[in-house]
Design a protein around this ligand. Structure first.
Ligand code: ADE
Length: 411
């Protein structure tokens, strides 16, 4: 059995309050629990997960446990764990191996230890668990992947024929990426910047690197707070979308000279690097909202700095001689390190997709190949319907004539 390894079990009462608060704002997830509680689809099954250990993840794993699963949970970032939540979950019988501030070595050991449980199902956020499962030769019934970066990595595994079991790219469900990635990150990345710095956004020039779902969400929300938003991109279509949504688009080389705050959301490495730091204004603030801490080249900052010091929680001042640059959250996910991650209301949909994806993998056991699958459309729609219902919103349905019309070539 995997023992829980957490920071301090005395934090459990605080964690309990936090998870209950999340559950209150996750009505679809709670309805799914009630819907499947008799059937207990995960009875006698082991689920190993690598997810950010937040109050929302707490709500998810408690649902899986209520539906019969034995859950083994590792963090998907060394700095994102909410230790009180981890303590509460451990008390509730979840095997949690996660501590905020764990070393990189401890982080990978934690993933390995939850995989040693020999899971029937896996859940991953970023791909580290799936990659490790492949290395360990684990053949689960199936797994899920929560985020864009992870989907890119498992597709690479698939291309090389290395994937050992089917994985559903939960990230690509519409009820996930059109809400979690856009509105979840849009709000929580700003929340992280604000909690760390408490600076005024109105009137600032904010540079958003990347205009995918995440970058777009950040750009929209930042503009909403009164910033002048500049977007940088490498993809011409995304760049054009940004232009036509009214954002200024330019090269990072130009943006670097005028930006007050920089937020990266590209999924790529070295998007802001030495040559850009040299051009920046005194006082520029840098934050990352992408999965890995590779988007802002911290190595370059370290190389060119004269001195550095922690000036506030999650804010390090780099003195470059004549000017200062402020790096938030060590260049890791600012929304999870400096704030609490996405709000419960969007995680409600993402994690309902997770539950339905896991159940789908079980219901189709033996039928699926070791490939990357999308969440079936009917399950995606079901989550949207349930969410609308929970919000008390009713929508129209097609009449018979309208359905016919849409199926026909006749006008
Ligand atoms: N990813 C982003 N926000 C999150 C949250 N609140 N919980 C789990 N994973 C997340």
């Amino acid at each position: 059995m995997v023992e829980s390894r957490i920071k301090d079990s005395r934090l459990a009462p605080e964690g309990r309050k936090r998870v209950k608060w999340a559950e209150m704002h996750m009505p679809v997830l709670m309805r799914l629990k009630n819907k499947f509680i008799r059937e207990k689809p995960f009875e006698d099954l082991r689920v190993s997960a690598c997810l950010h250990v937040t109050k929302e993840t707490g709500a998810l794993v408690r649902v899986l446990k209520a539906l019969g699963a034995e859950v083994f949970l590792a963090a998907s970032n060394p700095l994102s764990t909410q230790d009180d939540v981890a303590a509460f979950l451990a008390e509730e019988g979840i095997h949690v191996v996660a501590k905020r501030g764990e070393t990189s070595e401890e982080y990978f050991q934690a993933i390995e230890s939850v995989l040693k449980a020999n899971p029937d199902l896996t859940m991953d956020d970023g791909g580290d668990l799936t990659v490790k499962a492949t290395e360990m030769g684990i053949k689960a019934v199936g797994g899920t992947e929560e985020t864009t970066t992870g989907v890119i990595r498992i597709k690479a595994l698939e291309r090389e024929g290395k994937l050992l079991y089917p994985i559903i790219a939960v990230n690509n469900a519409e009820t996930k990426w059109d809400f979690d990635n856009v509105h979840g990150t849009g709000q929580s990345a700003l929340d992280g910047v604000l909690r760390a710095t408490n600076i005024l956004i109105a009137g600032k020039k904010v540079v958003v690197a990347g205009f995918g779902h995440v970058g777009r969400g950040i750009a929209i929300r930042t503009r909403g707070l009164g910033a002048r938003v500049i977007v940088t991109e490498v993809d011409p279509i995304k760049a054009l979308k940004a232009v036509m949504e009214g954002f200024d688009v330019m090269k990072m080389e130009e943006a670097a000279k005028i930006g007050d705050i920089f937020i990266t959301a590209t999924g790529n490495r070295d998007v802001i690097r030495g040559e850009h730091f040299r051009l920046m204004k005194d006082g520029a603030v840098l934050a990352n909202a992408g999965h890995f801490n590779v988007e802002i080249s911290v190595d370059d900052l370290e190389r060119i700095k004269r001195e550095k010091r922690l000036i506030r929680k999650n804010v390090v001042e780099y003195d470059l001689g004549g000017k200062r640059i402020y790096l938030l959250a060590e260049g890791r996910l600012v929304n999870l390190v400096a704030a609490e991650g996405h709000p419960s209301e969007v995680m409600d949909m993402s994690f309902s997709d997770q539950v339905l994806a896991l159940k789908y993998l079980l219901d189709n056991r033996g039928e699926l190949e070791a490939r990357v699958y999308e969440l079936p459309r009917d399950l995606d729609c079901m989550v949207a319907e349930m969410k609308l219902k929970s919000m008390g919103i009713e929508i129209d349905s097609l009449t018979r004539d309208q359905r016919e019309y849409l199926r026909s070539w006749r006008v």
